[in-house]
Design a protein. Structure first.
Length: 100
C-alpha cells in the first residue's frame, strides 16, 4: 500500500578536490540522528563507485512536514553550513512521490 504523502528525496553532493574524506565523515555523521527523527522511513548514504567524492542520499519521509522538520534540526543545519568549504557546488535535490 502506498502512502500518498510519502516523499522521496535524492540529494547529490560532490566534494571539493582534497575534501572527499572530510565530506564523507560529515555526511556519515548525519545517519544516526536523522534515522531517529519522526517520519524518517529511510536515510541512506551512497558513494559513486568511480568517484569517491560523489555522494547520494536516498531518503524517504512520511510527509513534507516531516522533511521540513528535518531541515531545521541542529545536526543538519550544522552540516549544511560546512558544505561551502567541503562541497564543490550546492547539493542537487530531486523530490519524488512513489506511484507504484
Amino acid at each position: 500500500m502506498l502512502a500518498e504523502n510519502k516523499l522521496t528525496v535524492l540529494a547529490t553532493i560532490i566534494a571539493r578536490p582534497g575534501k572527499e574524506a572530510e565530506l564523507r565523515a560529515l555526511l556519515l555523521s548525519l545517519l544516526a540522528p536523522t534515522r531517529q527523527e519522526a517520519g524518517c522511513l529511510n536515510y541512506d548514504l551512497h558513494v559513486a563507485p568511480d568517484q569517491p567524492g560523489k555522494f547520494l542520499f536516498h531518503e524517504n519521509w512520511e510527509s513534507q512536514a516531516h522533511l521540513d522538520a528535518h531541515l531545521k534540526t541542529p545536526h543538519l543545519t550544522f552540516a549544511l553550513r560546512q558544505l561551502d568549504e567541503l562541497a564543490a557546488e550546492p547539493p542537487h535535490l530531486a523530490f519524488w512521490h512513489q506511484i507504484g
